[in-house]
Ligand binder design. Structure first.
Ligand code: C2O
Length: 541
């Protein structure tokens, strides 16, 4: 492979949307940010220089960072933030990886504006497993907030309650005509009649999973999370924040203008989400520009079946090497809960049920960000920053999804801590992710850093090892899995990448509430020798 260099300058930029102007944090003044292009096997070097006063890190979402955990990017997990005036150079190799990825800021809620695509082409001379498309286009879905996203984060966390509705959704940075002052703030993709296009769809939104559809056009899914899948044709798809899905679309309809729409999938929760879809145009050459676009039909916001349909169709292109013997069985409950309001904390308004504050946890533990990065603390054997006792099964069992969410006891007993779980290098891991219904049931997009994993099963209700059907032949190989609402998902992977790896809900609000944990993958001796030394410009806390 060759080496690709990029210069990322973190800069504020004034933009105007929805009738208002504000300063946002960007990379190189672009929103969405610059695309990183590479080929499988290439080395990518990105120098990030922070010209703003805001702490920044960049995460290369889905890049497995084999033996390069220092460059993964989550703040306080693998590095301290790049402070104003500082720079840090990320360097990683795309080992056996190609396809569509995203990069995004991984500190506070900065990824609300700091995100972009990574496109990795197959090696020279290696074709796609489908007929080469006539054209391709990145479709990156985002959210827009009139408020500054860092201020929004502070306000929401201080309230103890749920976030307000998003002000608009965005397709490639454009809200489209459904929102105020946005009649001309629309993304248009020009297509030639009869041609076939590869759309690289990325969900970079902060807090909402989305449905996506193009009026009158079928979408043939050929890749998910940068791994080829068996071609599978749908009318619409659901994509969770952090996921990427490539589809083929044929411009085979009468010449015209068709809408591409993204709208919320918000599982069981009725409130607080923007229900107005963002719209872009899929516009045929020769169509009259003033013509009305045919409206794309999106499923209803709580259409769990539409989500299941897409999930059922996701299969690896060929039979894969799923670990059959398991050395490490883990069972994680995930979900929201209410913690007691600490009246001594002036920042909390205790707006949630029973005068508590909303929190989220895995196995009843809300993750607390350490003050130094876990990887540095681990590598340098610094005491007192984390423990290695994250439980492999939930501490309490009562908050499973046995009843209607609102009839289940409110969990006020979850504890908080910076706990990690050690995985032995080379161990074959099965992890069951079980949604719980203490506050509400939701579809949580769970993302694991440093790995892809086989999604060997999922279902509704409580996981039951006797009845769960597992696909050990051709499951999809993903890095972010939307765990079904009031259901479970089973993932498997071999812990063959040493380092400290974050696992969290990719809905930013849930991660902030503590729906996160970290694995430490140690080599045979439980020591750190297998890790490369830290880069010399690694930021200090
Ligand atoms: Cu895309 Cu830890 O995130």
């Amino acid at each position: 492979g060759s080496t690709k260099f990029y210069d990322f300058k973190v800069q504020t930029k004034r933009i105007t949307k929805l009738c208002t102007s504000k300063d946002i944090v960007t990379i190189n003044g672009m929103f969405p940010g610059p695309v990183v292009y590479a080929q499988e096997g290439d080395k990518v070097i990105v120098k990030v220089t922070n010209e703003t006063p805001f702490n920044t890190t960049i995460h290369w979402h889905g890049v497995r960072q084999k033996l390069s955990c220092w460059f993964d990017g989550p703040s306080y997990i693998t590095q301290c933030p790049i402070q104003g005036g500082q720079s840090f150079t990320y360097q990683f190799t795309l080992v056996q990886q190609k396809g569509t990825f995203l990069w995004h800021a991984h500190v506070s809620w900065l990824r609300g504006t700091v995100y972009g695509a990574i496109v990795v082409y197959p090696k020279r001379g290696v074709p796609y497993p489908f007929k080469h498309p006539d054209g391709e286009q990145i479709i990156i879905l985002g959210e827009y907030w009139l408020k500054d996203v860092l201020q929004l984060e502070r306000d929401v966390l201080a309230s103890g309650g749920v976030p307000p509705p998003t002000d608009a959704y965005l397709i490639n940075g454009y809200p489209g005509p459904n929102y105020k002052c946005s009649a001309n703030d629309v993304y248009k993709m020009d297509v030639i009649p009869g041609k076939r296009y590869l759309l690289r769809i990325i969900n970079a939104a902060l807090n909402v999973e989305h449905f996506f559809a193009i009026a009158n056009h079928k979408l043939t899914i050929v890749e998910a999370d940068a791994e080829y899948t068996k071609p599978f044709t749908v009318d619409r798809l659901m994509i969770a924040p952090g996921q990427t899905i490539n589809v083929l679309v044929k411009a085979d309809q009468p010449i015209g203008k068709y809408s591409m729409a993204m709208g919320a999938y918000m599982s069981a929760r009725k409130v607080q989400f923007q229900k107005v879809p963002a719209v872009a145009f899929f516009q045929y050459t020769g169509a009259s520009l003033s013509s009305f676009a045919l409206t794309a039909q999106l499923p209803c916001y709580n259409d769990n079946l539409a989500v299941k349909t897409v999930m059922d169709g996701l299969r690896s292109l060929k039979p894969v090497n799923v670990p059959l013997q398991i050395d490490t069985n883990l069972f994680f409950t995930i979900g929201l809960n209410v913690q007691k309001c600490h009246s001594s904390n002036p920042k909390q308004n205790c707006q949630a049920a029973n005068g508590g504050v909303l929190a989220a946890s895995i196995n009843n533990i809300s993750f607390i960000m350490p003050k130094v990065s876990l990887l540095q603390a681990y590598y340098n054997k610094m005491n007192g920053h984390f423990t290695e006792d994250f439980p492999g099964v939930p501490l309490k069992m009562y908050d499973f999804v046995n009843g209607a969410p609102n009839n289940i006891p409110i969990d006020t007993q979850s504890s908080s801590g910076t706990r990690t779980r050690v995985l032995k290098y080379g161990s074959r891991v099965q992890l069951i992710l079980q949604d719980t219904g203490t506050v509400s049931t939701e579809n949580h997009p769970i993302h694991l850093h440093g790995y892809s994993f086989y999604v060997v099963g999922y279902g509704s209700g409580n996981y039951n090892p006797r009845t769960a059907k597992l696909n050990l032949v051709d499951p999809p190989y993903m890095n972010t899995i939307g765990v079904p609402v009031a259901g479970w998902a089973a993932i498997r992977f071999v812990a063959d990448n040493p380092g400290v790896w974050f696992l969290h809900c990719h809905l930013e609000i849930h991660a902030s509430w503590g729906l996160s944990m970290a694995f430490i993958v140690k080599n045979g001796n439980g020591e750190t020798e297998s890790l490369p030394p830290p880069p010399t410009d690694l930021p200090k806390c």
